[in-house]
Design a protein around this ligand. Structure first.
Ligand code: ZN
Ligand code: ZN
Length: 628
């Protein structure tokens, strides 16, 4: 035994290497410990490897570095760094990048910088790691300087590089400065910079700046077109997005998945089903693209065409993720097919992905609309336990709506006060809706006041409050409400409805007579109303709990924009076609009644989407169950 030890001591290095433990088993050992995230033993094994001039592969080291990061092992990380450069070993760029990232994550920017300076080859990842480190530490000038150096070295920045630089721009002033610097160094015309600038302006809601950057483009590039179309679609400027899409096609660019996704979003926002159907044809080329298919599904749901949505969901989509399932469930629920929504949810629990925040929202919405108070409560109270999701403000909103529908106004108020989140204007509007249906004037006043505290520009709520006071002859209160409205410069935006007829969108605005066929439409409205009166229609002129302006409302009631759009639809669409209308404001009680009766008398299907919900009118009933 003693002899053996002294032999070892005296033995030359190569003998130790092969006599004690074989090279491959030492590396294997090390690899095992790294993947087991056993930091102390991995470090010991690494020491032995270093003594024996052995190295593992880069992926194994990156596992070890991950482990150091998780455990906060700064010292160990430094030792790994030392080891991979020891004895003249030349680590791959990939491995050095991993070390670079480690120093950045530890917040050791100086050490990262030193390593970066010593790198023989720096690729886009190395540069981007440094740029993103500086931009995250709000050292914007450094981030920009590195971007310039990188371009001088001939390394082509990628999306992450620019997004890192531009991410530093959380304020408009910041972005404008960076934009100016980019222009100064002549970088602005770079396709990726241009596209990143458009993205960032769009993200900050500065659509005009985004358009300016776009319009300065001399030669086009698909990336830039996609940025501007995507930005506009996301900022609800669907008209402009579609306009640019047409220009892009004229300029000879073929739309890719990203373009089509944005165009579908624009169609969704504007409820343009026919155009959406045309885009669907182009989507077929990319039939395996999940994001694009989800956008298509959403378009059909929000344009109220559940048949098409169902076909996409069941036939086209081979892959479905939680977004696909949630979109379909919410789509069914919002369009009045609550039972189908709940059936689909059961199927999802059996063979779909794990439900998320949005899925549960759709389920609660369905329960509330189907009057399933018990089921709704059950899901609401056990969502944390069943799906691991804490109820958010929107879930509370659904349950308040559910209680409101069931006439349990006191319980709804109690729940609002028990909410973990401060109730917002949307929450109170839900309660106000319940008060309107159940004619609870006192609670309506309370809810309206809360809404105005949170959103003092809500014209509809002022008018509703003033109508309530007028009805009880509280003229002083009426005057007070009107005064606050004037003081804040609040004006109710006029009602506007849109309808798509033979690829053209027709807009009808209350009090606007510019439509070329307006006289024909008004004559037809009178005829329709006469027919409706003969079967018992009485215009609903009870405005107490509505947000219609008093003076002009009775005269103008018959020319509300949705009535004009419905009648125009009757006149210009074949009988089997659904009349689809989008409205900017909540539908009033009289128009709702009108639509129900027209649907019955004319045997038509009418779908109206207002900012909050969908109304499917068929055979004299509405999918909302007269509650909205
Ligand atoms: Zn109306
Ligand atoms: Zn309805």
């Amino acid at each position: 035994m003693r002899r053996a030890t002294s032999m070892l001591k005296l033995a030359p290095p190569w003998l130790v290497r092969f006599s004690s433990v074989s090279a491959s088993s030492l590396v294997d050992e090390f690899t095992k410990f790294c993947y087991q995230r056993d930091l102390p033993r991995a470090m010991k094994a690494m020491e032995a490897m270093q003594r024996n001039r052995l190295w593992a592969d880069a992926i194994t080291y990156s596992e070890l570095i991950k482990c150091c990061l998780v455990r906060g092992g700064v010292e160990q990380g430094r030792l790994v760094h030392e080891h991979v450069f020891s004895n003249g070993y030349e680590p791959k760029t990939f491995l050095i990048n991993t070390l670079l990232n480690m120093y950045v994550k530890f917040g050791l920017l100086d050490e990262a910088q030193k390593l970066f300076d010593e790198m023989p080859d720096r690729n886009v990842v190395s540069w981007t790691t440094m740029i993103s480190a500086y931009s995250n530490s709000s050292l914007n000038h450094m981030a920009l300087e590195f971007l310039i150096l990188m371009l001088r070295e001939g390394v082509r920045p990628n999306m992450f590089t620019y997004s890192s630089v531009l991410r530093a721009c959380n304020g408009l002033l910041n972005l404008r400065q960076l934009h100016a610097s980019l222009t100064k160094v002549g970088l602005e015309s770079d396709v990726f910079v241009r596209s990143a600038l458009i993205d960032t302006y769009s993200k900050l809601g500065e659509q005009q700046d985004a358009l300016n950057v776009f319009n300065e483009m001399v030669t086009g590039d698909l990336v830039v077109w996609n940025s501007i179309i995507g930005g506009l679609a996301q900022n609800s400027d669907g008209d402009e997005a579609l306009h640019l899409y047409k220009r892009m096609k004229r300029a000879g660019f073929a739309a890719d998945q990203s373009t089509l996704t944005s165009v579908l979003r624009a169609c969704t926002g504007l409820a343009l089903l026919e155009l959406g159907r045309q885009v669907h044809v182009h989507v077929l080329k990319f039939d395996q693209d999940l994001i694009l298919n989800n956008a298509l599904l959403d378009m059909y749901c929000k344009c109220g065409s559940l048949e098409d949505a169902n076909l996409v969901f069941t036939r086209t989509m081979a892959d479905k993720d939680v977004i696909s399932w949630s979109t379909m469930i919410a789509g069914l629920a919002q369009n009045g097919f609550s039972t189908d929504a709940l059936k689909l949810f059961e199927a999802m629990k059996l063979r779909g992905p794990k439900p998320n925040y949005i899925t549960v929202l759709g389920v609660l919405f369905a329960c509330s609309h189907a009057g399933l108070v018990k089921d709704g409560w059950y899901y609401f109270q056990s969502m944390k336990e069943l799906f691991g999701i804490d109820p958010g403000r929107e879930h509370y909103g659904c349950i308040i709506d559910l209680l409101g529908r069931a006439g349990k106004l006191d319980e709804a108020v109690k729940l609002i006060h028990e909410m973990k989140h401060e109730p917002d204007a949307v929450t109170w509007r839900i309660l106000l809706g319940a008060c309107r249906v159940h004619k609870n004037v006192d609670l309506a006043i309370y809810a309206a006041k809360e809404i105005l505290k949170l959103d003092p520009t809500d014209a509809g709520t002022y008018i509703l409050l003033s109508n309530i006071y007028a009805n009880t002859q509280k003229w002083e209160d009426v005057a007070e409400v009107r005064r606050s409205m004037r003081a804040r410069g609040v004006k109710k935006e006029p009602g506007c409805s849109w309808i798509e007829v033979s690829k053209q969108v027709h807009a009808f605005i209350l009090g606007d007579n510019s439509h070329p066929r307006i006289e024909d439409i008004k004559r037809e409205i009178s005829r329709v109303i006469q027919r409706l009166v003969s079967v018992g229609y009485v215009p609903d002129t009870n405005f107490v709990l509505q947000d219609l302006e008093g003076e002009q409302m009775e005269d103008s009631l018959q020319y509300h924009s949705e009535k004009l759009a419905i009648v125009f639809g009757l006149m210009s669409l074949p009988k089997e076609k659904t009349i689809r209308i989008r409205k900017n404001l909540r539908i009033c009680g009289d128009c709702h009644l009108f639509a129900k009766l027209v649907a019955q008398l004319e045997n038509r299907v009418i779908v109206i989407r207002d900012p909050i919900r969908y109304h499917h009118f068929q055979e004299g009933v509405c999918s909302c169950g007269d509650y909205w």
